[in-house]
Design a binder for this molecule. Structure first.
Ligand SMILES: Cc1cc2nc3c(=O)[nH]c(=O)nc-3n(C[C@H](O)[C@H](O)[C@H](O)COP(=O)(O)OP(=O)(O)OC[C@H]3O[C@@H](n4cnc5c(N)ncnc54)[C@H](O)[C@@H]3O)c2cc1C
Length: 303
């Protein structure tokens, strides 16, 4: 067994009850299946444990990162020093607040939230069914698909600051825009989100969700590891169309490639490294620029 680092020793002494894993491979926690070991990965069970973790952590003065389902993250091959706090399945729970509002904890997947709403006869989250991330990750980047977006239904968000203190932000304070929220500039951890939905027959909602899942499996390379759309939609076009027009479907760097099924997806063909993906994204962006004069930027969060 390798010797514990100073930080690993300190954090386990401070938090003997918390589930902590040392040198935990990020590849196990990212949909790309890429990434070296996190020095410490913590799995707080609830908001109290999370607050305790943050307060302890402030004393240790090391950097940390928040991970949801890891479906929009490219983690570095060399691993991550310091702490990764994994929230998927930790902040769990959903409740109906009144006739049209629900509250969903940040660690719940968006698909589960959409099914919960559908079973209550509440529509509005159909678009989120099939987005594989958590509600926390979805709020952080204002996830969207097929004309729907988190910001269209979210009314307020409970956020914990990095010192473990809670505040509630109404949606108009969240700075939502295309694949962006204020949390990118003002760090905070999404604890829960409230959604305003519309009464609708459950069967109608489920039929729409089934239709959208059908569209996804027909058009997206769901059989290969990826992090969803690799590039943001640029002004004046669609990234996938621009990549396709530049003849880059199937373009490969190491084990990473532009999907032959959907030009908007970068996929791991097997054994891809984070460097392969980064080089792929850079080369594709350059070639698209040469071909179209439009610069495309990664949507994937590169850690
Ligand atoms: C096959 C596939 C299809 C996809 N389709 C879509 C799609 O249609 N539309 C779309 O928008 N996205 C799509 N995605 C991307 C991804 O699912 C979304 O971006 C999702 O919102 C990310 O959530 P996550 O929990 O996986 O976040 P992660 O990937 O774990 O994290 C992403 C970012 O959010 C931050 N974060 C995560 N949780 C929290 C929290 N609780 N508080 C604060 N910050 C947090 C992280 O620090 C990180 O910066 C797809 C991905 C895949 C693999």
């Amino acid at each position: 067994m390798t010797e514990l680092t100073d930080f690993q020793r300190k954090i386990s002494a401070f938090l003997p009850e918390m589930e902590l894993r040392f040198d935990e491979p990020m590849a196990k926690h990212t949909s790309f299946r890429i990434g070296g070991g996190a020095e410490v990965m913590a799995f707080p069970k609830n908001r109290e444990e999370l607050a305790k973790l943050l307060k302890t952590f402030a004393l240790l003065d090391t950097k940390f990162a928040i991970l949801g389902a890891g479906t929009n993250v490219l983690a570095p091959d060399e691993g991550i020093s310091g702490l990764v706090i994994c929230l998927k399945d930790c902040l769990d729970g959903m409740e109906r607040l009144d006739d049209t509002h629900i509250r969903v904890m940040a660690g719940v997947t968006m698909s589960r939230a959409a099914v919960f709403a559908a079973n209550l006869g509440l529509g509005g989250l159909e678009f989120a069914h099939g987005i594989p991330g958590t509600v926390g990750g979805g709020v952080y980047m204002n996830a969207g698909a097929y004309g729907g977006e988190i910001c269209q239904v979210c009314t307020q968000v409970e956020v914990m600051d990095m010192a473990g203190n809670m505040r509630t932000l109404s949606a108009d304070k969240m700075g939502f825009s295309y694949r962006h929220s204020i949390l990118e500039e003002q760090p905070g951890i999404v604890i829960s989100a409230d959604f305003a939905l519309e009464p609708k027959p459950t069967e109608e909602i489920k039929a729409r969700m089934k239709e959208l899942i059908g569209k996804r499996s027909a058009s997206q390379p769901l059989d290969l590891p990826s992090a969803g759309s690799a590039f943001k939609r640029p002004v004046g076009g669609y990234a996938a169309a621009l990549i396709d027009q530049a003849g880059l479907k199937g373009y490969q760097v190491g084990g990473a490639a532009i999907s032959t099924k959907h030009a908007g997806f970068a996929v791991n063909l097997g054994g891809a490294t984070a460097n392969d993906v980064k080089n792929l994204l850079r080369e594709v962006s350059d070639k698209v620029f040469e071909n179209s004069g439009i610069r495309i930027e990664p949507e994937i969060r590169i850690w």
